[in-house]
Unconditional design. Structure first.
Lengths: 293, 602
């Protein structure tokens, strides 16, 4: 697998952006993200009357002087957000010029970077066959190296059954699940999305297709071999069949978009030969996934 | 639909080749793609929209096969057999010869069927088409010329009458050709049952031939025995392939006298003898007593000669050769005299023979043979030649003679009278002639029999027999037996009254013989034609029997368009309507469709 290059430009353009995830967390470790809990941060939240057992240190003595009643000053509890980036590492991702895997990894890296910048925790998981490999939960900007290392060592081979693969690991706590895949799964992805929604995950679907898949330029009578299943389809390439393919691709995208709506997920489709800046500044921002600081 | 050429069908072998090439092509290049999911889905959707979609990837192959088939179709030169015509001018030739009277189907003869087909052909014609109708018998008769009203055309077709004449459609080709000189673009349709020599005319031959069972009586001859009974011989033929046995009846004046059974193999001819039959009457006929497909040829007849010998007066100073020769001819009562004075003074004779003499007065009525006449103006004697070789001409008188020359020591030459015809010549000069003068028949022989080499040859009695029988055949007609379609000469006998001919069908033809003889050419049905002349001198009766032309009409060959080998095929092509141009148009259309399909990549 080609080693990805992450230069300054890559990080600089990401530094201007922020993930727009509205996670109201009540679990997990402390972090920089506001939670629904009251806690010990510097952010003021509310007043309430003193009750027996409350910490005496948090009594607002100024208020007692004014109202002659004991009030407790409450502050926001700040938690760290949990982000799970699922990268589809099936063989099919290895195709395209440039390979879809490259775009997938760049995107995974970008999301991880943004998450880490926000002092949240990120897991980079790979979806393979019926299962997934769960990456180490990382936080802190120093962890970026580890993530890049993990991405560069990712192997794209075999097939993936997205539904089973997503559902293969238990999820705890609210979070955000970013799935980067080509979604070429004949069983669909609805079960997986249903599972993620049930697990209180905000879902982001990033579809990565190669330019050859978006606009095929095949000619003549061909035996198309599926890279994962070795399945053969005999196709005589002509205007009609190409039109039929385009129509089917549109239908497929509409299907994913419909599912995204159903499970309140975000959906972005990118081509592996898209300029990365365009993907980030145009597509992601348009979808509302990212915004400028 | 007919095909002109069959050899292009060999290209049909290319059809499997195209299919194999496509099958080989079908293997296709193997391309690995990320996922076939969408392709599979796309193909499924396409098949769902149109059930034939799955065949669609081969549409070019089907188009190419169709194109190849059309190309082969164009090469084989298809002809659509049809009755309509593209041309503005049409000639319909209807063969109405004797063979067309053969039963075609049930009660319909071939001629009826030909007319029926011609009528339905006319129904299909464009109203503007101009049609000429020609019947083939009698050398081709135009029944209707350039008719455009369908009613007139149909009436012309219906007016084609059956005949019992020996003919075929070839006889009408001269007329067809002359019509076509004015109208070269003419469709010629020939309705016939036998072979036609189209002689380069582009025509369509509509065959009405069918294998039929037919038997015929070809001829009947007889000899009178000493006891005045008759021995008759009839020739019968089986024109069918299978052996047959049937009765042949002998009739005298339509009264059955006797019957003989005859057994014939397929295509066999046999003679049937009727011996010692008492036959007194006018007409002797042999009839086949069995039904077959052509009834007209089941009878043949001959005229019975009058009983009693012919009276012959020989005036000679002595000629043994001549006397012996006359004695050998049966049925003659020969009277001899040395005196020419007896002529016209005593009773009349049927024939006068003058040997080396001429009567003082011309014979006013009667037939005369002059042998070696002395100088006589009335006979046209012009001179004489020594030691001559006389050339025998091919005439009725010289029939059956073996020798081509007669050597004589001296020959008398004649200025041949207008009525006469030469049968002997020396250096182009007439040495013997025969003919019919106002008084009767005259035969003149210009050499002395004693001074010739012929007297000792077998040719002599034959020559004498011919001269006597010609001269004695004294009647109103010059022959007593002929085939239908042949002509007969009617002799006036010097009378101004018309000759009446009673035909076998009961019709009477009055025939005004202004000059000494006139040809009667309406012998178109078989049977006995009774010829009579009634004038102040009394009534003379004669007749002749017309037989069916069995040799040409009883067993006709199948109809084909016969021509020379090179043209024959072309003629056959143009006989029908060539579908080649339509096939080529379809071929071009197919190529265009193929091109569109290829370019648009369906």
């Amino acid at each position: 697998m080609a080693v990805l290059e992450f230069d300054d430009k890559f990080f600089k353009q990401l530094n201007t952006l922020k993930l727009s995830m509205n996670l109201r967390l009540n679990q997990g470790m402390s972090g920089m993200r506001k939670s629904s809990l009251k806690g010990s941060s510097v952010e003021f939240s509310d007043f309430r009357e003193y009750m027996l057992g409350d910490d005496l240190r948090r009594i607002d003595w100024n208020a007692y002087g004014r109202f002659d009643k004991l009030y407790i000053k409450e502050f926001m509890e700040e938690k760290e957000g949990l982000y799970r980036v699922f990268v589809d590492t099936s063989e099919s991702m290895n195709y395209g010029n440039p390979p879809k895997a490259d775009m997938a990894r760049y995107l995974a890296a970008a999301f991880a970077y943004l998450v880490l910048n926000n002092l949240d925790r990120v897991y980079v998981n790979t979806l393979i066959e019926d299962s997934q490999t769960i990456g180490k939960g990382l936080s802190g900007s120093n962890s970026m190296k580890k993530i890049i290392f993990a991405l560069n060592n990712m192997e794209f081979k075999g097939g993936t059954t997205l539904n089973k693969s997503i559902m293969s690991a238990p999820l705890r706590g609210k979070g955000c699940a970013i799935i980067i895949s080509d979604f070429m799964d004949k069983d669909g992805i609805e079960d997986g999305l249903k599972y993620l929604a049930y697990a209180n995950q905000q879902i982001v679907l990033i579809e990565v297709l190669s330019p050859e898949e978006i606009n095929p330029t095949l000619e003549g009578s061909l035996n198309l071999i599926d890279s994962e299943s070795e399945d053969v389809v005999k196709v005589s390439m002509n205007r009609k069949t190409l039109e039929g393919y385009q129509q089917t691709l549109d239908e497929h995208r509409k299907y994913i978009k419909r599912l995204a709506k159903k499970y309140m997920a975000s959906y972005v489709s990118v081509s592996s030969d898209d300029d990365f800046s365009r993907v980030v500044f145009e597509l992601m921002m348009k979808e509302g996934l990212l915004f400028k600081k | 639909m007919e095909l002109t050429f069959l050899w292009p069908l060999i290209f049909l072998a290319l059809v499997p080749v195209i299919i194999i090439l496509y099958l080989l092509k079908q293997k296709g290049e193997e391309v690995k793609i990320p996922s076939t999911m969408l392709w599979r889905e796309a193909l499924k959707n396409m098949e769902a929209t149109t059930p034939w979609e799955k065949y669609k990837h081969n549409i070019l192959m089907y188009l190419q096969i169709i194109t190849l088939l059309l190309l082969i179709g164009a090469l084989v030169g298809p002809i659509i057999k049809h009755l309509g015509s593209d041309n503005d001018n049409v000639i319909l030739v209807i063969d109405n010869s004797a063979s067309m009277n053969t039963i075609y189907d049930k009660d319909i003869t071939r001629l009826d069927e030909a007319k029926k087909r011609a009528l339905s052909y006319v129904d299909e014609l464009d109203p503007k088409t101009s049609v000429s109708v020609v019947s083939a018998a009698r050398g081709g008769v135009i029944e209707g010329s350039s008719l455009s009203s369908k009613r007139a055309i149909k009436s012309a077709i219906k007016s084609v009458e059956k005949t019992e004449l020996a003919a075929d459609a070839t006889d009408a080709m001269d007329i067809v050709r002359s019509i076509m000189e004015d109208q070269p673009e003419t469709d010629v349709n020939i309705f016939t049952d036998t072979a036609v020599d189209l002689e380069g005319v582009k025509a369509q031959v509509i065959s009405l031939y069918k294998d039929n069972v037919n038997y015929s009586v070809d001829s009947i001859n007889y000899a009178v025995n000493e006891d005045s009974t008759v021995t008759a011989l009839a020739n019968v033929t089986n024109h069918a392939e299978d052996a047959v046995s049937f009765d042949v009846g002998l009739y005298v004046d339509e009264e059955l006298i006797t019957i003989q059974n005859v057994s014939l193999e397929g295509l066999e001819t046999k003679s049937v003898y009727f011996e010692n039959v008492k036959a007194s009457g006018e007409v002797l006929e042999a009839k086949i007593e069995i039904n077959d497909s052509l009834a007209d040829d089941n009878v043949a007849g001959a005229l019975l000669s009058e009983s009693g010998g012919k009276r012959v007066l020989l005036i000679t100073s002595g000629n043994t050769f001549l006397e012996k020769a006359l004695l050998s001819i049966g049925g003659l009562e020969v009277f001899k005299s040395t005196d020419t004075e007896v002529v016209g003074k005593q009773e009349e004779y049927d024939l006068y023979i003058f040997d080396s003499c001429v009567p003082k007065e011309e014979v006013k009525s009667g037939n005369v043979i002059y042998i070696n006449p002395p100088q006589s103006e009335s006979l046209g004697v012009s001179g004489s030649k020594e030691s001559s070789a006389l050339k025998v001409l091919n005439t009725d008188i010289t029939e059956y003679l073996d020798g081509e020359e007669i050597l004589v020591t001296k020959a008398t030459t004649f200025d041949r009278p207008l009525y006469a015809k030469s049968f002997l010549e020396n250096d182009g000069e007439c040495v013997g002639y025969y003919g019919i003068s106002d008084a009767g028949k005259v035969v003149c022989l210009g050499f002395d029999i004693h001074a010739s080499d012929v007297a000792l040859k077998a040719d002599f009695p034959i020559l004498m027999y011919n001269m006597v029988s010609y001269s004695l055949d004294r009647g109103l007609v010059d022959t007593s037996e002929l085939k239908t379609g042949e002509k007969v000469n009617i002799i006036s006998m010097g009378s101004d009254e018309p000759v009446v001919i009673l035909r076998p069908d009961g019709r009477k033809d009055k025939f005004d013989v202004a000059v000494s003889r006139k040809t009667y050419d309406k012998v178109d049905i078989t049977g006995y034609y009774k010829v009579s002349l009634k004038d102040a001198d009394g009534e003379v009766n004669d007749g002749f029997y017309a037989s069916f032309p069995t040799d040409t009409e009883s067993g006709v060959a199948k109809a084909t368009s016969v021509n020379n080998l090179v043209e024959g095929r072309d003629v056959a092509v143009k006989g029908g309507k060539s579908a080649k141009k339509y096939v080529i148009i379809a071929l071009v259309l197919m190529l265009i469709i193929e091109w569109i399909v290829y370019v648009r990549e369906y």
